[in-house]
Write a protein that binds this ligand. Structure first.
Ligand code: SAM
Length: 233
């Protein structure tokens, strides 16, 4: 018997089906994605520096980043996501952790108090947002004065070159609709709500990254992630 899987049917998810797509991806999301693995390396190399802080993650998915935040000594972590399926995978009964369902593109504020966080974290979410204004406004609302925003996301050049979040679900290959947001656009969207970008670093698929994450070889030499930090005045 052959173990070769038949060619999948490619399904392009329209933008308004993104959260449905994540509901379908949830069961297998945490396995083997090279950009997720590279994002881990970025946060290992430059930690969140959140000891004693209140942290909110927007687009927290399965809560993959919560253990990191707690290991760094955060006082509390609130994970917000629009996909019930992803949130259902977020586990644990740590009293410092809370999960909230909220759609960044729906009208009105997310279910997180204003001025309740010292750090807002966003990892691999921007490509799903056709416009950055709602995310920027919510980050500014949720952050206390002096609070920081950290974004680690797919690089706009990679999105423009055709890479987008995708996954195999049985016989189907589902591909999300993706938007490219470069550092200048992110800086402008954040500046409009009083968040000043202090650093915007390209993360390149260099030899060390490829040695650690072999699947990055197809992007060798290219910027694959963007690592941004901003502060609320
Ligand atoms: C690639 S996953 C990243 C999850 C997590 N940050 C991580 O690093 O593993 C993108 C997440 O963004 C969420 N998302 C996408 N669009 C969203 C929206 N409009 N509102 C809230 N969450 C959204 C998805 O449900 C998904 O969990």
């Amino acid at each position: 018997m052959s173990d070769v899987r038949p060619s999948p049917s490619v399904i392009d998810l329209p933008a308004d089906r993104t959260l449905d797509g994540y509901d379908r991806w949830a069961a297998s999301y945490d396995h083997g994605n090279p950009l997720v693995a590279l994002g881990e390396r970025v946060l290992d190399a430059r930690p969140l520096a959140c000891a004693g802080l209140d942290v909110v993650e927007l687009g927290c998915g399965t809560g993959r980043n919560a253990p990191r935040v707690l290991a760094e000594g955060a006082r509390a972590y609130v994970g917000v996501d629009g996909s019930p399926g992803m949130l259902a995978r977020a586990a644990g009964d740590d009293p410092r952790v809370r999960w909230r369902r909220g759609d960044l593109l729906a009208p009105g504020p997310l279910p997180v108090d204003a001025a309740s966080a010292d750090l807002v974290l966003v990892v691999l979410v921007l490509e799903h947002l056709p416009t950055l204004a709602p995310l920027a406004e919510e980050a500014a609302r949720i952050l206390r004065p002096g609070g920081r925003l950290r974004i680690v996301d797919i690089h706009a050049d990679l999105v423009r070159a055709g890479t987008r979040a995708h996954f195999r679900d049985g016989a189907d290959e589902l591909r999300f609709t993706s938007a490219a947001h470069d550092a200048a656009a992110i800086t402008a969207a954040l500046a409009a709500v009083g968040l000043r970008v202090t650093r915007a670093d390209d993360v390149v698929a260099d030899a060390a990254a490829i040695a650690a994450v072999a699947k990055l070889a197809r992007h060798a030499g290219r910027a694959v992630l963007l690592d941004v930090e901003a502060i609320r005045a």
